[in-house]
Design a protein around this ligand. Structure first.
Ligand SMILES: [Zn+2]
Ligand SMILES: [Zn+2]
Length: 96
């Protein structure tokens, strides 16, 4: 089993997303409502600027990888799923 990469929200971009842009449009959303876009390293600034100039951007979080095996999400710096201990692609067999 492999961990699935989430694709960047930028139009036409198929790179793996690394950041979550959390935003909210006060005209249509209640303050506690959180909308999210995901962005790769390349599109993080352009997508966040697009939201920021409208005053929509709340914060940018690191994208947590989601295990394709069990669906658990975990910190990006961790290289395996803590729930089922499935290694991420490329790290297989490299752990002691
Ligand atoms: Zn992108
Ligand atoms: Zn898992």
């Amino acid at each position: 089993m492999e961990l699935e990469d989430v694709m960047c929200s930028a139009k036409g971009c198929r790179a793996a997303a690394r950041h979550v842009l959390v935003w909210n449009n006060p005209k249509v959303h209640t303050p506690e409502r959180e909308k999210t876009w995901v962005a790769c390293d390349e599109h993080r600034s352009s997508l966040s600027e697009h939201l920021d100039v409208r005053g929509f951007l709340k914060r940018i979080d690191p994208l947590r990888p989601v295990c394709a095996g069990c669906g658990a999400s975990f910190p990006a710096e961790q290289d395996f799923c803590p729930v089922c201990a499935e290694s991420r692609p490329g790290s297989c067999g490299s752990r002691d």
